[in-house]
Design a protein. Structure first.
Length: 209
């Protein structure tokens, strides 16, 4: 079974509360999502492998630590996942970024793929899939299935807010993929939105309806 990590640092919780507020506009919403993604990134990348390297300080030679050769890929699920990319790139500027486009069918609530563009060596990378909302879990699960079909074996999922239903689906479909969220909310409503949630993250991020 995959592990659910709830990153409840006070700064993250404070910023998330502002994001939830219906009166928070798109500009502040974007900035806060960027900041939270960077803060969460510290925990998501905590177990990156390190190698010993030889360097010389102004005082002496020494053996220091550097992230090993296996590099990162950040894969946002379009479109709301785009809001989490820059925060992670601030931490790991050399990471490659791919994109997976899925939309939710308004009748069936099931995800439909419309776009997929990945780094050429994606199967060799540690992959972090990002999407602010883990609601039904359908989009995240399908995106990760696509990545596994491309040869990816080391995948993590990073979301802002999750619902128990989405977490359960992810853990059932992908027991080898750890989940990182800032808050586990109460439930989904009849329209499959997270309660209390923060509304449609994509619309709030980009100012659309």
């Amino acid at each position: 079974m995959s592990t659910l990590h709830i990153i409840d640092h006070p700064l993250i919780q404070h910023k998330l509360s502002i994001m939830r507020d219906v009166n928070t506009g798109s500009k502040d919403f974007r900035q806060l999502l960027d900041e939270i993604a960077m803060l969460m990134g510290y925990e998501v990348t905590r177990d990156l492998p390190l190698d010993d390297i030889e360097i010389e300080t102004p005082i002496t030679k020494m053996t220091a630590k550097a992230i090993s050769g296996r590099k990162l890929a950040i894969i946002p699920i379009l479109r709301a996942g785009l809001g989490m990319v820059d925060g992670l790139l601030n931490l790991v500027p050399v990471a490659k970024v791919g994109h997976i486009g899925l939309y939710r069918d308004p009748e069936t609530h099931l995800p439909v793929e419309y776009y997929c563009k990945l780094p050429f060596d994606i199967e060799e990378r540690i992959v972090i899939v990002v999407d602010p909302m883990l609601a039904t879990g359908g989009s995240a699960s399908d995106a990760i299935t696509m990545l596994k079909n491309k040869g990816c074996t080391n995948i993590k999922l990073m979301c802002l807010v999750g619902a128990p239903e989405g977490v359960a689906k992810m853990q059932e479909d992908h027991p080898d993929v750890d989940i990182f969220i800032a808050a586990l909310d109460e439930k989904l409503n009849d329209h499959k939105y997270i309660v209390p949630g923060l509304g449609d993250a994509g619309d709030r991020l980009f100012g659309t309806k």
